[in-house]
Ligand binder design. Structure first.
Ligand code: IMP
Ligand code: MG
Length: 179
């Protein structure tokens, strides 16, 4: 379907085709790196769901998936970057090869919190795979093992990323018009 983008969209950064191609490349890297092993993909609800399913369909090693959800303290007076688990994993990850699947690593606070939380559960290995990486805004350093795209310092939506829960179902990734 080629519907015209919503009016709030300023420009498309990555088309559906570019995203599919790039996810295929990253899936090939992961399949090669984990050859002969079993893998667990952990998705962070809700933004990473679209990326996780597209990626999982292209990975060629046996894998399991699990999800967690986080909530952020939106009160401006609370310290920035404070997150807590709103939904935990269904299963243990002890002794497993785990990849945390993110929609975007921005300041890095969310990812660092999740990494520390998951590392404490004794996985055999733990890595990060993100659809988007916005390094200009990074505040805390996190080791990103796989990334599909670097993006500039613009708020983006589509392919799972939202603005007030809208636009997740756009097949492309786009910058929103400044309000
Ligand atoms: P961090 O803790 O600053 O790295 O925040 C990462 C989270 O913020 C992501 O998982 C997204 O939910 C959200 N986020 C950051 N930048 C964007 C964006 O450009 N569009 C939509 N969501 C974003
Ligand atoms: Mg969001």
């Amino acid at each position: 379907m080629n519907a015209a983008p919503p009016r709030e969209i300023e420009r498309i950064l990555f088309t559906e085709e570019q995203i599919e191609t790039r996810i295929g490349e990253v899936a090939a890297d992961i399949s090669r790196d984990f050859l002969g092993q079993e893998l667990k993909l952990i998705g962070v609800l809700k933004g990473s769901v679209f990326f996780l399913t597209a990626l999982a369909l292209k990975i060629r090693v046996p894998l399991r998936i699990d999800f967690l959800a986080i909530s952020r303290f939106t009160n401006e007076r609370a310290a920035p970057g404070i997150v807590r688990l709103a939904k935990d994993l269904d299963d243990s990850i002890e002794g497993e090869h785990v990849l945390l699947i993110e929609d975007i690593v921005d300041t890095g606070f969310t990812t660092r919190y999740l990494l520390q939380n998951l590392a404490a559960r004794g996985p055999a290995s733990l890595g990060i795979c993100t659809l988007l990486d916005r390094t200009p805004r990074r505040i805390v350093q996190v080791p990103v093992n796989y990334r599909c795209f670097e993006i500039p310092d613009r708020f983006v939506v589509g392919f799972g990323l939202d603005s007030m829960q809208l636009y997740r179902n756009l097949g492309y990734i786009a910058a929103l018009k400044p309000e």
